[in-house]
Design a protein around this ligand. Structure first.
Ligand SMILES: Cc1cc2nc3c(=O)[nH]c(=O)nc-3n(C[C@H](O)[C@H](O)[C@H](O)COP(=O)(O)OP(=O)(O)OC[C@H]3O[C@@H](n4cnc5c(N)ncnc54)[C@H](O)[C@@H]3O)c2cc1C
Length: 452
């Protein structure tokens, strides 16, 4: 079968090495995330294709559409929901050869191949006094295409928003092989933007080959502040109050490592012109003090900030070292939900009740940037998969029932597909499925993902 693909696109690099295919069958989702059934769901891909440009990808997709062969786009393979994992017989399309980056400094734009890592875009912007607004933990591994595919959110999210806010234009190859190029403009009023369609859709509607991203000026002044808060609730009050009066952090992170009543740590970072960051930091300090918070040592806050990529660096270094039994080290999982502020207390209470009922450990509960973006990480022994799944699904459902969303930055993939009808409602999911059917009638792009 692969001979047909080779004939359709002679220059295409195609790797059938079993070890390469095995590694490309997985992203960062593992069965120990309370989904032991994932071990059986995953299949080894037929091959890994590595197109060098949109033309090669287009030829490969035309062949796949004609043959009914599924394709799974892959960047850094760091997605957490199994969106880049292979769960049906398929060819993986690894886009990392498409990694050129060009900067237009006056226009504050970076044009980057879908396979460029976020770190490489950042490195290209730095000499121009610019930076990428998207700074996730995995900045060294994650690619432009993967970040757009999941609509990721990073450490500068309070200033820059999700990556959707930075996407100005895309080059993309659709499921029939056509290449679409949209135009960059800081604003537009020309109907449905095809680039927007692809953001957050996990390679199910089309594959991004190049993105034009809005860059931010590097701050003249960056102030990193840490505060010990008497409670998580006090930290929520600070986040809400800062927003309401116009204090603008670049990053806000609140975390507590025990169930309430427990203290919490608030990390806030301010970026801006000289004097601007200080002004915002000073006003935030007043709000923190009024909420009962106390400044921690500057060194503690700086250390937390400078170590922000460390967990992902450790993950990247060890991800291919399969330690035999995936479940031996126990189970853990997390929820990252968006909750209407008025319902945050109720959703947290639901999370705490589930953790107590199942006698699980709380690793951390947190807020990221906005008081609505709530996360909880739980752990348990090797036989706790069902309890952890019930807990995390319970938090996701509680967020949905409160009018919120089940995930704010990691996508849906394979792991959350069962909750997509609850997320969108039957009519909403039907709309999404009709878009999918119109753009990918043969269902070749990333089947089994996103509830499509
Ligand atoms: C330790 C750790 C920390 C993390 N921290 C963060 C964080 O702070 N913020 C955050 O947002 N995420 C975080 N993630 C999740 C992950 O890093 C992001 O989702 C990242 O954007 C994925 O990029 P990737 O290149 O690895 O994509 P992949 O995992 O390869 O793919 C992700 C999805 O995008 C699709 N895709 C890939 N390339 C393309 C393309 N060119 N066109 C269309 N679709 C494509 C894939 O098919 C898949 O559906 C973290 C993950 C880990 C393991």
């Amino acid at each position: 079968m692969l001979d047909g693909l080779r004939a359709a696109c002679p220059p295409l690099t195609l790797d059938t090495d079993p070890a390469v295919c095995e590694a490309a069958s997985l992203d960062a989702l593992r069965p120990f995330r309370a989904r032991p059934d994932f071990a059986a769901a995953r299949v080894r891909p037929l091959a890994v294709a590595e197109p060098a440009n949109a033309g090669e990808l287009s030829a490969a997709i035309r062949w796949a559409a004609a043959q009914g062969v599924a394709l799974v786009a892959r960047g850094g393979g760091s997605g957490l929901m199994g969106a880049a994992a292979v769960v049906r017989p398929a060819i993986v399309v690894d886009l990392r050869r498409m990694n050129a980056v060009a900067i237009d400094a006056d226009a504050c734009l970076a044009r980057a191949g879908a396979g460029a890592t976020l770190a490489s875009v950042e490195a290209a912007l730095a000499p121009h006094g610019l930076m990428l607004g998207h700074d996730p933990w995995t900045v060294g591994v994650a690619t432009v295409g993967g970040a757009i595919g999941t609509n990721g959110l990073g450490y500068l999210g309070a200033r820059a928003g999700s990556i959707a806010a930075q996407v100005q234009a895309l080059e993309m190859v659709m499921a029939d092989g056509r290449i679409v190029r949209t135009r960059a403009s800081p604003a537009r009023s020309v109907g449905l933007d095809p680039a927007r369609l692809l953001v957050g859709t996990e390679g199910t509607l089309g594959l991004v080959t190049e993105a034009t991203l809005a860059a931010l000026p590097r701050p003249e002044e960056r102030l990193v502040r840490g505060y010990r808060m008497p409670s998580f609730e006090a930290g929520v009050t600070v986040a809400a109050r800062c927003r309401r009066i116009g204090v603008r952090p670049a990053c806000l992170e609140l975390s507590a490592e025990e169930l309430p009543p427990a203290p919490a740590f608030l990390l806030v970072v301010f970026d801006g012109l000289r004097g601007e960051a200080r002004l915002h930091a000073e006003r935030a300090a007043e709000i923190v003090q009024a909420a009962g918070g106390e400044a921690s040592s500057g060194r503690e806050a700086e250390e937390k900030w400078s170590a922000r990529h460390a967990i992902a660096e450790r993950w990247a270094a060890s991800r291919n070292a399969r330690a035999g039994n995936w479940l031996a080290g126990g189970q853990f999982d997390y929820a990252h939900v968006g909750v209407p502020l008025a319902a945050l207390g109720e959703v947290r209470a639901a999370a705490h009740a589930l953790i107590r009922r199942h006698e699980l450990g709380l690793v951390e509960e947190g807020l990221w940037h906005w008081p609505e973006l709530y996360s909880v990480v739980v752990t348990g022994p090797a036989d706790a998969a069902a309890a952890i799944r019930d807990t995390i699904d319970g938090v996701l459902r509680a967020a949905q029932d409160a009018g919120g969303t089940m995930e704010y930055c990691h996508g849906v993939g394979w792991k959350l597909a069962h909750l997509m009808e609850r997320e969108h409602g039957a009519a909403g999911l039907d709309v999404v499925r009709r878009v999918k059917a119109a753009l990918d009638p043969a269902g070749i792009l990333n089947p089994g993902k996103g509830g499509l």
